[in-house]
Design a protein around this ligand. Sequence first.
Ligand SMILES: *[C@@H]1O[C@H](CO)[C@@H](O)[C@H](O)[C@H]1NC(C)=O
Length: 247
Amino acid sequence: MNTCSLFSLLSLLLFSRADALYANALLNCVFTSTNDVVYLGQLFINKVLWGEYNSTVGKYVGFTEKGRQIAEEVNKNPSFLKQEKKNLEKCKTHVPVAMEILSKAVEPSVRLRAFDATDSKHPRMLVCSAYNFYPKQINVRWLRNGKEVTSDVTSTEELPNGNWLYQMHSYLEMTPRAGEKIACMVEHASFQKPKLYEWDPICESDRTKIAVGTAVLLLGIVFLVAGLFCYLRNPHGRQLVLTQPAS
Ligand SMILES: *[C@@H]1O[C@H](CO)[C@@H](O)[C@H](O)[C@H]1NC(C)=O
């Protein structure tokens, strides 16, 4: 037995039996502080926790009748306990690695977008989105000409991506006015100081123009290709008449 503890071995044995019990073993390193760890091996059979080895307790503990019988037997066997001690050592070597990951801040990537607002007293809605940041704590605020805006602002919670990283969105309903500067301000542990993302409505309309221009250009290319294709298939257009079946 190398990395396998008793419980994972047992689960293998049970798993291969004809009456197909569904067993699984969970081997956990539970970090209790920045420098301590508890090793926890758990055996589930048909989703019921039969027993576990908790390194703080230092022996197997059964929670079902069978689980208790097994625990009693294997607690008499020093090689199993030795293996679990090894597993605990492995967990301990993981502590610095895990702590390094957890202590590193991951910078959010921030995007500012505008939409036409429906059912709102304001025609526009700006959305400031922060993606893929760690840790969870973040502050997303809106500034109008350098002053914080608090009305017509709604924000989501920090939403977990499921990969340790988070995202968050803040919405500002607004009526654009000439000459005013709107910015989204993000504060996060990964930044030395708050970062400002300025909204540029002129850029936005330019972008629309570019998009329309590109669409027209693409359409032109489509027609060109279609025309070429027709030409290649039938370079002498007039002959087409001759190939039509006589009615
Ligand atoms: C392990 O056992 C200790 C002592 O009973 C307990 O305080 C701790 O919560 C247990 N750890 C886990 C992860 O179950």
